[in-house]
Design a protein around this ligand. Structure first.
Ligand SMILES: Nc1ncnc2c1ncn2[C@@H]1O[C@H](COP(=O)(O)OP(=O)(O)O)[C@@H](O)[C@H]1O
Ligand SMILES: N[C@@H](CCC(=O)OP(=O)(O)O)C(=O)O
Length: 377
């Protein structure tokens, strides 16, 4: 291994605040339901880290898997209503296990159920940040899951890998550990002939040719693809990621050479903008003329009505929209300051014109540069 990667393992070993995500497949037994030995071993590793003075946030899947047997369901249901029912039953079982297991070491747990809105809307985001901060100050281990019972398709993360990356960013974690049922990222599904373990991923080039198409466990959701995406989100925000299996949790946290290390590719950015890039679905599109594209992309300027030629979709003020160039390529994403039905009358007009005719409230930009992330640079 090269020295830089060894240095990054040390960064994981010394990380004070860590987010650990565990997948359904690592918590449940083949027969279904929570496997007491597996969840017990995981908690032991987290307790050791906690008692060594580190702050731990656990993102745990497994609610749906844990709820299947009590409801007489044989396999993970495909429809949302049954998934939500299973999650409702399973989440409390999961928390019962965590509460009891951490209590043996004198540690408390706090359940945090999140929807996409909680990491995308500014007010909710701040609120979630405060809650995590307080729980950690109190020495409690936050146990996070998606709020499956109420989340509809529109407000779903869909997989906890991405949720874990966003939580890592939200809590300003120093490292993210993704625990699955596979010991590392491999060049192809580990059962494929010739597949090899990958020890370090330094950026997207190291992933060229890696095959993650084969599905994983029956109880997991996203397979390897969502883990790679999650690692990309975290590393682009300066957070190193280790991907390994649950039995290697303690070794991963100790910075040992287990699993796959994804080294940071970017710097830590203002927190709100990361979700804008990764967690939000754009509600509409604004088509920009070439001058506006240059202003937004190169000069990092705010978007004014004068540079917009078309408005597509229905959105309300404050929602995310894509900014596209005259060629239809998305160049940025931002929070729009007008409703979609207000905008057409403003297009192509200067702000001065608008203020004179319509009043001072039209002095605002359509997308302010502080609420905008450039995707094309
Ligand atoms: N290139 C690859 N390297 C490692 N695992 C892979 C690869 N391609 C597919 N997989 C599968 O992805 C699975 C992990 O995804 P998943 O079952 O969703 O786990 P979890 O429940 O932990 O989120 C592995 O068990 C493995 O079968
Ligand atoms: N929130 C869902 C899990 C979703 C999920 O991403 O599962 P997994 O692929 O096992 O991490 C649950 O608790 O069942």
């Amino acid at each position: 291994m090269d020295t830089a990667a060894e240095g990054d393992r040390a960064v994981v070993a010394t990380a004070h605040r860590v987010v650990v995500k565990v997948g359904s497949s690592s918590l449940t037994s083949a027969a279904g339901g929570i496997d007491p030995d597996r969840i017990g071993a995981l908690v032991d590793a987290l307790v050791a880290a906690r008692l060594a003075g580190r702050e731990v946030v656990l993102v745990s899947s497994g609610a749906i898997a844990a709820g299947l047997a009590p409801l007489g369901m044989r396999s993970r249901p495909h429809d949302l209503a049954n998934q939500q029912a299973a999650a409702s039953v399973g989440q409390s079982l999961l928390m019962e296990h965590y509460g009891r297991l951490f209590a043996r070491a004198g540690l408390g747990v706090g359940q945090v159920l999140l929807t996409v809105d909680d990491v995308t809307r500014r007010g909710n985001y701040r609120n979630a940040f405060r809650t995590f901060g307080r729980l950690l100050e109190l020495g409690v281990v936050p146990v996070v899951n998606e709020n499956d019972t109420v989340a509809t398709h529109e407000i779903r993360f869909g997989d906890n890998d991405r949720l874990a990356a966003l939580v890592a960013h939200l809590v300003h974690a120093d490292a993210l550990v993704l625990l699955s049922d596979v010991d590392a990222l491999w060049t192809a599904h580990p059962a494929s002939p010739g597949a090899q373990r990958i020890e370090v991923v330094g950026g997207p080039v190291d992933l060229a040719g890696v095959d993650v198409t084969r599905r994983g466990s029956a109880v997991g959701t996203g397979g390897m693809q969502t883990k790679i995406e999650a690692a990309g989100i975290a590393t682009s925000a300066g957070i190193p990621v280790v991907l390994t299996d649950a039995p290697h949790a303690a070794a991963a946290l100790a910075g040992e050479r287990v699993g796959t290390l994804f080294t940071p590719t970017g710097k830590r950015r203002p927190t709100r903008l990361l979700w804008l890039r990764h967690a939000s679905d754009a509600k509409g599109r604004l088509v920009l003329d070439a001058g506006a594209v240059r202003a937004v992309v190169q000069r990092k300027a705010s978007l004014l009505p004068a540079g917009i030629t078309e408005v597509e979709g229905h959105f309300a003020s404050g929602e995310p929209v894509d900014l596209v160039g005259p060629d239809g390529v998305v160049v940025a994403r931002g929070l729009v300051a007008y409703d979609s039905d207000e905008l057409p009358a403003l297009l192509g007009r200067t702000t001065r014109d608008l203020v004179e005719e319509l009043g001072a409230s039209y002095e605002r930009t359509v997308v302010h540069r502080d609420a905008l992330v450039v995707l094309a640079d």
